[in-house]
Write a protein of this length. Structure first.
Length: 143
């Protein structure tokens, strides 16, 4: 009598999308092979990469057909779409975004880290007002 461990089956990308649909998320194909996952005004674009799921950006609030990233301005949080459109972040939107991210990780079987579980984390932090902070090494005065 030998006891064998059952081999873990790696779910395919289509299986993961079906799991998300069963968890209450809406899925819609996007140009470039991405799939937009959305619920309660929040969305994220996912890509398949060698049978693994990779996010093409951070989760955010849907603004038209774009996803607005959360920006921490120090004095206030707001959502900024790739087109430059900005809107202040409301408490209900932040709660919905946090719940969306947690439920998404749970449905995909990903780890949920402690600092992310405490609350919503911003995509950009612009409160220090240092010019070109998020663009790598700034141009030095002597250059």
């Amino acid at each position: 009598m030998f006891f064998r461990r059952q081999r873990l089956a790696t779910p395919t990308f289509a299986d993961r999308l079906e799991t998300l649909r069963q968890a209450g998320f809406a899925t819609a194909p996007q140009p470039g092979g991405a799939v937009r996952i959305s619920r309660d005004g929040c969305a994220i674009d996912l890509l398949e990469e060698s049978q693994h799921v990779r996010a093409s950006g951070r989760a955010g609030i849907v603004a038209g057909n774009q996803i607005g990233a959360l920006v921490d301005g120090g004095f206030q949080k707001f959502f900024r779409a790739p087109s430059g459109q900005q809107q202040p972040a409301l408490a209900d939107q932040l709660k919905a975004l946090h719940q969306f991210e947690e439920d998404l990780k749970e449905a995909l079987g990903q780890e949920s880290y402690y600092n992310d579980s405490l609350g919503t984390t911003s995509t950009y932090y612009l409160y220090d007002r240092v010019k070109d902070r998020d663009r790598g090494v700034p141009k030095r005065i002597w250059e």
